[in-house]
Design a binder for this molecule. Structure first.
Ligand code: ATP
Ligand code: MG
Length: 578
């Protein structure tokens, strides 16, 4: 490809709209342009990278037995009603209306569509297992579209759905996909860590997310140094010792005692003078609405609620903190001095760290009043004890006891064992070996293709620009002709190297723009082509051209040997060892 015949609008200035580095580089290197928030046009180079990532995904999916299909992006709401997700998924839907005012959904995901297909096409265990996948545009009404391709309204996803005759076979399909994902991200040059993920209301160890550690990541992962434990913070637990290991001696506990705390509304305020109640001797009382019904959650004052764990415990993701008005309706008091003593209406979910607790302080459900000497067993009627807290850095690893670490990460992929929820609701059943109808056991597997593209940039860049691995670079080689007169020795040599590389099947771009060498070199670094070959009159006089791997050292080699040298270099660097 000749530079002048494609479209690469690089920018010198940093675009104001971009908040994070990878987003800035995508714009500056001329890979994408914004239409409006969360919607981007892929320019030729961006499209090329995306297609290369998609092809790696395709190759590995095919290798793992995946069958490529393409489903409609537009979906009828009926299948969502049938699956039981129509109400809960409302928030993410982009909807369209046809001429007769009928509603349509722009697909945020495709469990419903594929399961409908399987329901009509697959009837016997002989037709299983099957794993269908597609690479397609998804639409999601994100609360906060941001960071360029990271969280967009419209993005490209590879989504796969496996159908098996039993749990054991479904487990095999899951493991195959897990391995395919390891291969895909390695080939993309990405260090993506598989971490245990929250399965929400499904429960169990049935989900992994592939996470790229990065400061800008919107998820937090918890891991140990030896690499044997890694989990999304939503899922993570620790082996932290409970502060009250033994049952309290209830009989010898002092009586409850109210005390005035004018103006005190927070855990921190109660820690200070004149009260001096340590946070880990306070009870934090939260009111949540689950399916619009109030519940109470009790934690140690020093802990934070993990909503994902709560969702798992209550079996619903339809939950939110109660409004002050709802809090008042539940406890007769406003947030600031809430407590669960003598509360009998709403269910009370307590974190296990409070188990056997005594000598605790809590709110009295009266403005400016707290209660001390609380003994959990004596004073509070707990409905259920569960791990509801957020793990903190430094707590012991549940598997090895090492101090846990926490860092931010970008979720690029997700594998999930779904079970039979969708196959049951949408009728994807098959006749087993005994002639009995069974629902197929499903798994679903997503990769954000466009998010992966940006994650690669976020992971590999320097002050000059992007550093693409050979496997997904828009072009492997950029030949920078320093003289563009077709009759000049520089251009003639550049053309000859260009042709030879093309003949060898190498993807090469010839920078034939009428620009200063500095501009050309800067653009080549900014875009991040793995190799640049500079061809100029001055070095040709010494019978050399300049070869510079991105991020490596410049070498001078004769024009006759440059093609062999570059070909060897590419072969050596083709498969990244992430
Ligand atoms: P997130 O937690 O980041 O919102 P998700 O759990 O909703 O993601 P999945 O439904 O598992 O995402 O989708 C599969 C993959 O699609 C994700 O791992 C991610 O890489 C990608 N993805 C999801 N939402 C977006 C988005 N708004 N923009 C770009 N990529 C996305
Ligand atoms: Mg996910």
């Amino acid at each position: 490809m000749r530079w002048t015949q494609t479209f690469i609008p690089t920018l010198k200035e940093t675009p104001a709209e971009a908040e994070i580095l990878s987003h800035r580089l995508l714009l500056r290197a001329g890979l994408i342009r914004k239409l409006t928030g969360g919607l981007y046009t892929f320019l030729p180079l961006g499209l090329k990278v995306m297609q290369k990532i998609a092809n790696i995904v395709r190759e590995e999916m095919n290798r793992a037995g995946g069958i490529e299909v393409l489903m409609p992006a537009l979906q009828p709401p009926e299948i969502w009603q049938q699956s039981g997700r129509y109400e809960t998924a409302q928030d993410v839907f982009f909807k369209a209306q046809d001429r007769s005012k009928r509603e349509w959904i722009l697909g945020p995901t495709h469990e419903e569509v594929i399961t409908t297909l399987v329901a009509s096409e697959i009837n016997s265990y002989r037709q299983l297992p099957r794993n269908f996948y597609q690479i397609q545009t998804k639409f999601r009404d994100e609360i906060r579209p941001r960071f360029g391709l990271m969280r967009a309204r419209e993005f490209v996803m590879k989504d796969a759905y496996s159908f098996d005759a039993s749990d054991e076979l479904a487990q095999l399909s899951y493991e195959k996909m897990y391995q395919a994902y390891v291969n895909i991200f390695r080939r993309c040059g990405l260090k993506a860590l598989p971490v245990e993920a929250d399965t929400g209301v499904m429960g169990g160890k049935h989900s992994h997310e592939f996470m790229v550690p990065a400061e800008v990541g919107e998820d937090d992962i918890v891991y140990n140094e030896s690499g044997t434990y890694a989990a999304n913070i939503e899922k993570a637990s620790s082996a932290l010792a409970a502060p009250f290991p033994e049952p309290a001696d209830v009989a010898s506990q002092p009586a409850l005692e109210k005390f005035e705390t004018p103006g005190v509304k927070t855990i921190e305020a109660l820690e200070k003078d004149p009260y001096q109640v340590p946070a880990n001797r306070q009870i934090k009382t939260l009111v949540y609405m689950v399916d619009e019904k109030a519940i109470l959650i009790l934690l140690l004052g020093s802990d934070q609620l993990n909503e994902a764990k709560l969702a798992g415990v209550v079996g619903s993701t339809n939950l939110r903190p109660a409004t002050p008005k709802e809090v008042f309706e539940t406890l007769g008091a406003y947030p600031g001095s809430l407590g669960a003593i003598n509360v009998s209406g709403p269910a009370i979910y307590a974190d296990t760290m409070l188990r056997n607790g005594y000598g605790l302080t809590t709110g009295a459900n009266e403005k400016g009043v707290h209660v001390r000497n609380v003994c959990m067993e004596r004073d509070i009627t707990v409905t259920a004890w569960n791990d509801l807290r957020m793990v903190k850095e430094g707590e012991p690893c549940p598997e090895t006891g090492e101090a846990l670490k926490i860092r931010a990460a970008i979720e690029v992929g997700h594998v999930f064992k779904l079970g039979t929820k969708y196959s049951e609701n949408l009728g994807a059943t098959f006749l087993d070996t005994h002639g009995k109808q069974q629902p197929a056991v499903m798994g679903c597997y997503g990769i954000g293709v466009t998010r992966t593209l940006q994650a690669i940039i976020e992971q590999d860049h320097d002050d000059s620009g992007i550093i693409w691995p050979v496997s997904v670079a828009p072009f492997t080689v950029c030949i920078t002709a320093l003289d563009i007169d077709p009759e000049s020795p520089a251009m003639k040599t550049a053309e000859s190297i260009y042709q030879s590389l093309i003949d060898k099947g190498i993807e090469v771009i010839l920078d034939d723009r009428d620009e200063r060498p500095g501009v050309k070199f800067k653009d080549s670094e900014l875009i991040g082509f793995p190799i640049r070959i500079g061809v100029g009159a001055r070095s040709l006089k010494e019978n050399v051209v300049e070869v510079k791997p991105r991020g490596g050292d410049l070498q001078k080699v004769s024009p006759d040997t440059v093609v062999d040298l570059v070909t060897t270099w590419i072969a050596d660097n083709e498969s990244p060892s992430a």
